[in-house]
Design a protein around this ligand. Structure first.
Ligand code: ZN
Ligand code: ZN
Length: 630
């Protein structure tokens, strides 16, 4: 189409046309949508012809749409001419087009358009560059950061902090982090956004130490800076650091946002910091998050992991609209807290409400069957999950099934089940069989399970301990000695056990044999007093869990130093009568501590909840919710 044609738009239509056609009515955007419906240069040209034919003003054309229809095609010059004729500022039109592309699902188009603009010498400004940077970040590159960097320098936008920040972001996301760091170090001016970009990106790369170093250097910090850092600690499994940092954030009188709340709650769940978790819960209710689904689901998870199933249930019931995540979490929570019956009730309620269960729901359900010894139902639902719900069983589901069969003493069936699994069994699967072998005293099969477990994880001291226990119970002392030698030969070092307990909002951590705690002497005295009473009730120290070549009396002394015992006794000293003691342990709770807590719960008339690496033990009136199977 020629320029002359374009200029015809304001001239009258030739006489002959008027004779054949009714006199055209003036077109306005309101009475003709046609002018807005074009998507390609071809359609636009048709409309353009119509404009000329009907003597309509060119102003009726939506110019930004012209730009997006032709910007990426060979009709670019045509669009450019239309923009010129419209008299609207060209850079503004192209920028709005770039912005739209950058924010769309195909940010690549913004980069392509940018290349066209450079080719046709369109004058670029800082906005053009900012949209380009945005598109590159979203597109994970597409254009080397260094090219844009060069352009920014060339066009004289070097001192534009917004552009420099976006460039740091681009380098950090797409390039090597060193480039981002170099630019960051060279910047003459930085604001809180610059620092936040660096911290967030370091956290995303799992480099939480460097992130924290930068965080400590920041001249000023906003909620986002604190939140990123807290999230970083949660992600790299440093929940105690996350909680400590949150306490500091509160001291600075900054108000946490939704993301902060979710991150801190996750940290509370990890270390069982129930007091802080409850406080955050109150805060989030006051801040209008009462029905925030993400926060409610995190709260449910936190309460379950702290062993407060009732609190989890009330969040679940009050949240208004539960999602499948909430249902699954509740079912799973009830099951692992030893309340299989309630878990099943909730599952049936969910089915009645026509809510479709997902894979996590089935993990909870199978846990519940396992706990209740409902073998047939377990088998039935395991088959149903793929048949009726199209869910492919994951390793966790197989683990649950082996647990279910082993708990019921169907060890041969459990072993067959493992052999027929379509995926390679992991430590959890063999571990579940081993648990059954221990309870039902099947030494041979235990040896088989251990063989596989040690192949998978030869340095896990926990397996040697269980095997030694099994031999000790069968009074096979030579084998106990053999395990000890094997452990030494394989260079297995015992992972130090550590247990945490939160009292009055402060988290106390105990490691095995800890003699550094300020109340160390008091704990020892209390323990000795308790021990007298426990022995009277039939407690005998089980020294077979100590795999060290030391004197028997030394072994007994060793047992008393177990981190979970120190934490529980500390809790008994520092909480009022009747308070539930909640302890989190990093490893599996040992047999001796398990036996000790059962007796202890009766003597002190308290509920003692111990969460170990894989499950909850709820000791009350001399029994444990796990029914001695774990
Ligand atoms: Zn122990
Ligand atoms: Zn237990």
């Amino acid at each position: 189409m020629s320029l002359q044609m374009l200029s015809l738009t304001s001239s009258p239509v030739p006489e002959t046309h008027q004779q054949n056609h009714p006199k055209p009515t003036p077109q306005t955007p309101e009475n003709n949508n046609l002018f807005y419906t074009f998507k390609s240069p071809f359609e636009l040209k048709q409309i353009h012809a119509q404009i000329i034919k009907t003597s309509t003003s060119l102003f009726i054309l939506p110019i930004s749409q012209v730009a997006s229809a032709c910007g990426l095609t060979s009709s670019f010059p045509y669009a450019q001419k239309l923009i010129h004729l419209s008299g609207k500022p060209e850079t503004v039109i192209w920028n709005s087009c770039m912005k739209a592309f950058a924010e769309s699902d195909s940010p690549k188009n913004a980069i392509r358009l940018f290349c066209q603009l450079c080719e046709y010498d369109v004058c670029l400004d800082s906005f053009s560059l900012s949209f380009l940077l945005k598109a590159c970040v979203k597109n994970l590159g597409g254009l080397d950061g260094r090219i844009i960097h060069g352009l920014i320098e060339k066009l004289g936008f070097r001192s534009n902090l917004f552009l420099e920040n976006s460039l740091v972001h681009l380098y950090a996301v797409c390039g090597g982090f060193d480039d981002a760091r170099q630019l960051f170090d060279k910047m003459s001016e930085r604001d809180v956004v610059t620092w936040n970009i660096m911290i967030t990106q370091l956290v995303k790369r799992g480099n939480v130490d460097d992130a924290f170093r930068l965080f400590n250097m920041m001249p000023e910090r906003n909620v986002r800076s604190w939140t990123s850092m807290i999230m970083g600690f949660v992600q790299c499994r440093k929940p105690k650091e996350a909680v400590d940092l949150f306490t500091k954030m509160e001291e600075e009188k900054l108000c946490p946002n939704e993301v902060t709340v979710v991150a801190v709650l996750a940290a509370c769940a990890d270390i069982g910091a129930l007091d802080l978790g409850k406080r955050i819960h109150e805060f989030s209710n006051k801040s209008g998050f009462k029905r925030n689904i993400r926060i409610c689901n995190t709260l449910i998870d936190m309460y379950i992991k702290c062993g407060c199933i009732e609190a989890a249930r009330s969040v679940f019931e009050e949240m208004g609209k539960q999602t499948i995540v909430s249902w699954s979490a509740m079912i799973q929570g009830l099951a692992i807290n030893g309340n299989g019956e309630e878990a099943l009730k909730l599952f049936y309620k969910m089915i009645k409400l026509r809510i479709k269960p997902n894979d996590v729901t089935f993990i909870g359900l199978l846990h519940a069957f396992s706990h209740m010894g409902m073998v047939n139902e377990g088998r039935e639902y395991f088959a149903s999950m793929s048949r009726d719900y199209g869910i492919v069983p994951r390793i966790e589901h197989y683990g649950c099934m082996v647990d279910l069969l082993s708990r019921a003493g169907l060890l041969t069936e459990a072993r067959e089940f493992i052999k027929n699994m379509p995926i390679k069994p992991n430590g959890v699967v063999w571990g579940a069989l081993l648990g059954g072998c221990r309870v039902y005293k099947n030494v041979e099969m235990a040896e088989e399970a251990i063989k596989h477990l040690l192949e998978l994880d030869p340095l896990n001291d926990g397996y040697y301990v269980v095997l030694s226990n099994i031999y000790a119970e069968a009074k096979r002392w030579e084998d106990v000695a053999r395990v000890r030698k094997l452990m030494r030969d394989n260079g297995v070092k015992k992972t130090p056990g550590s247990s945490m307990i939160s009292v009055d909002g402060v988290v106390h951590e105990f490691v095995a044999g800890d003699e550094t705690h300020i109340q160390c002497e008091e704990i020892k005295r209390k323990w000795e007093k308790l021990l007298e009473q426990m022995k009277a009730k039939g407690y005998v120290p089980n020294t077979s869990v100590v795999l060290l070549d030391i004197e028997e009396s030394e072994k007994v002394r060793f047992l008393y130093g177990h981190s979970e015992k120190l934490a529980v006794v500390f809790g008994l000293i520092n909480t009022v009568k009747g308070t539930t003691i909640r302890v989190m342990k990093n490893l599996r709770v040992c047999e001796d501590c398990h036996a000790a807590f059962k007796v202890m719960s009766e003597i002190v008339d308290r509920e003692i909840v111990v969460r170990d690496r894989s499950r909850f033990h709820r000791f009350k009136n001399g029994v444990c919710s796990c029914k001695d199977y774990w």
